[in-house]
Ligand binder design. Structure first.
Ligand code: PEP
Ligand code: MN
Length: 343
């Protein structure tokens, strides 16, 4: 529920309301507003008695239940957008974030040359899988810790922040040591034990939409992380499985404005896994910018033909660089729109 205090409510009244919320067995989740204090309370069970009592508590103007099943990540709870700061860059603020790099970290030469090139083209975050969720157990599974060391080396040399996928609970500490953002892959979106564990970290998490998950399910998975205390969550639309076979998945760009209506969390679009085809990535990136995404994640490889995974959807360094140049007028419009939204 959301408790709006009266304008000019005293410190004691606000503190008393917080104490009452805790006494009801709920968690206090946010307090905001310059002139008016708004308190979020989240918990389980019937909220009717708490709402009735809090409505007649001194200093309280109104108490409204949060209508969505997800609470902490809902727009209702926090009207302003979440901005996540990482390594001098931000996601959800007034810059469109570019995450780029190979599907898998394969060698020092491969990751360093990609890192230098994507940085020069304007990326802020380097991606690279060290633990790979492959459909076949006989496919390349990733370099594991060796891959994470190479990502760290690339960060030290280029200054780029890094993101890599965590597949299992047992690997959380290892990933946390090496990278700036932990990615939860589509196949793990409903690995609730992993989500709960990530909720206790003080580290941004990028949560990818499951292969056949609804937006409500995605947001409830984000709620698993947020309800444990970690609200630094980035949502990622990476396409869902439909009857179409020409594209690897169907990139659901309506998810971008829809998620933005429902939640304050930043939203990133991944057209690489969303389409599976190199040629479709530049137009879908432009579409993601137009739809108001906070950033993109794309796969880039110095020699896609030789890639250990996802070569067909990886951009070459040249095509990535060209795409970034061509994106500038779209990014200028994106920025202008952000400014208008802020007014
Ligand atoms: C990836 O980003 O490398 C990946 C495996 O993506 P997804 O989980 O979306 O399939
Ligand atoms: Mn991939």
């Amino acid at each position: 529920m959301i408790i709006s205090m009266k304008r000019g409510a005293s410190r004691e009244q606000i503190e008393h309301v917080r104490e009452r919320i805790i006494a009801f067995g709920y968690k206090v989740h946010s307090i905001e507003g310059e002139e008016r204090v708004v308190i979020g309370a989240v918990g389980v069970g019937d909220t009717t008695p708490a709402i009735e009592q809090l409505e007649s508590t001194p200093g309280v103007e109104s108490v409204v239940p949060i209508s969505q099943p997800f609470k902490v990540v809902s727009r209702q709870m926090q009207p302003s957008k979440t901005v996540i700061c990482i390594n001098g860059t931000s996601i959800g603020g007034d810059t469109f974030t570019v995450m780029a790099g190979p599907c898998s970290v394969e060698s020092e030469e491969q990751i360093l040359s990609t890192a230098r090139a994507v940085k020069a083209a304007g990326a802020q975050i380097l991606r690279g899988g060290a633990f790979k969720p492959r459909t076949s157990p006989y496919d390349f599974q990733g370099l594991e810790e060796e891959g994470l060391k190479l990502l760290r080396k690339a960060k030290q040399e280029t200054g780029l922040a890094t993101i890599s996928e965590v597949m299992a609970d047992a690997d959380v500490d290892l990933l946390n040591e090496y990278v700036d953002i932990l990615q939860v892959g589509a196949r793990n979106m409903q690995n609730f034990a992993l989500l709960k564990r990530l909720g206790k970290l003080n580290k941004p998490i990028m949560l990818k939409r499951g292969l056949s998950s609804t937006l409500k399910e995605l947001l409830l998975s984000a709620e698993y992380i947020a309800s444990k205390g970690n609200t630094q969550i980035i949502l990622c639309e990476r396409g869902v499985r439909t009857f179409e076979t020409y594209t690897r998945n169907t990139l659901d760009l309506a998810a971008v404005p829809a998620l933005s209506e429902l939640s304050h969390l930043p939203i990133v679009v991944d057209p690489s896994h969303g389409t599976g085809r190199r040629s479709l990535i530049p137009p879908m990136v432009r579409a993601a910018v137009a739809a108001g995404a906070d950033g993109m994640m794309v796969e880039v490889h110095p020699n896609p033909e030789l890639a250990f995974s996802d070569g067909a959807q990886s951009l070459t360094i040249e095509t990535f660089t060209k795409m970034m140049k061509g994106l500038q007028p779209y990014l200028d419009l994106w920025k202008a729109e952000r400014k208008l939204d802020a007014i």
